[in-house]
Design a protein around this ligand. Sequence first.
Ligand code: TRP
Length: 454
Amino acid sequence: MTDTKKSIHGQWSSRFAFILAATGSAVGLGNIWKFPYITGENGGGAFVLVYLLCVLLIGIPIMMAETMLGRRSRQNPINTMVTLSEEAGADKNWHYLGWMGVIAGFLILSYYSVIAGWASAYVLKAFTGSFFGADATTIKGLFDNFMASPIQLTFWHSLFMLATMLVVVRGVNTGLEKAVRFLMPSLFVLLILMVAYAMTFDDYYDKGIKFLFTPDFSKLTANGVLTAMGHAFFTLSLGMGAIMIYGSYLPKDVSIAKTAILIAGTDTAVALLAGIAIFPIVFAAGLEPASGPGLIFQILPIAFGNMTGGWLFGILFFVMLVFAALSSSISLIEPAVAWLIENKDMSREQACIRSGLVTWLLGLGTIFSFNIWSGFKIFDRTIFQLMDYLTANLMLPIGGFCIAVFAGWIMKQQHTEQELDMSDALSYQVWRFLICYISPASVFVVFLHVVGVL
Ligand code: TRP
């Protein structure tokens, strides 16, 4: 391996460009849509605590490992696993890990795009003043009507998939950089504004904070722990090769450790802010925290409909949510696209059209699970719930487990040391301890706990 090795798809212009892209991938619907509703479903504080621990002990070390694998090989995740296992003299079967990642990316994007479609539709609803002065019942009615229409949902899903593929076709390192640079900080500011609004609900604000930050372990089930862990992977975009492929475009002289900590910190801050903004309003409006995937769409419009400047803030908020989703969705499909280009000799256009169509089609399953197929259940779950469980709770943690084992046990220590290039030996030792023992063991223990062995 030489220092001059580059990906055929190009390279980020700077460390900052990578940070933007990786943060763009991490911060998305996972933080603002998913984190609040799964926190609500799993009883609050204890769930949040487990999630935070998972980010710290599993997420950050694995994010470093994934970035490192990508940068070392400069290829798509499948080829990365082939090249690096050869380099380490290990079994060739490691490339199945790359495969699982590509498939997980498709499955996640299929439902991710549907939800991003909801957010896009809400830009229009905000614009036309649908939220104006509305109470909780009206807003819920609005959401329920929207869910009942497969045609509307398909329209917005199609629009979002089209936008995603238009960005990916231009190549991720030119496509979105400018938009993300401006929109991410704005989203942050707007979230803080929402928190300020939530504070005006005095007692309910306290109740919301208490719900989020006072752990009550009696409310946490084994599956709740799995969901919290799975979400740590999901929200940081780990376990399927997205960060790996972004790492493959990363210049050589960038510190992987510092970058990973910065990205994980920002991502966590956004999720917590979203939670702090949302739960006080949930309680003030007399809604259930466990309202499911519609939670933010039933809560935030109440705020926008009743606060000063709410019309404008509502539009801005949903626009930014769509952009946050867009900068995430491109990272879900990029591994597949890069693989089609590198291994199947396709042009970027062809690769985008094919993978986009497959994802779009899969997404229809999620759409119908909110209306015409809502009674159709496999393992007691609708198609959407099944997709979510399969990817976030199973495939990502399994992928992450394998990445940890590969980086910790299969790769030569000399290579990981060289690639991470950490300034002091102690930090490297800490990472090594986490990646060899703590991260894989935690994933394993949580799985055992869920199947009831522990
Ligand atoms: N992290 C993104 C979010 O929170 C979603 C996402 C983008 C993702 N790329 C990923 C999740 C790769 C898992 C794997 O919204």
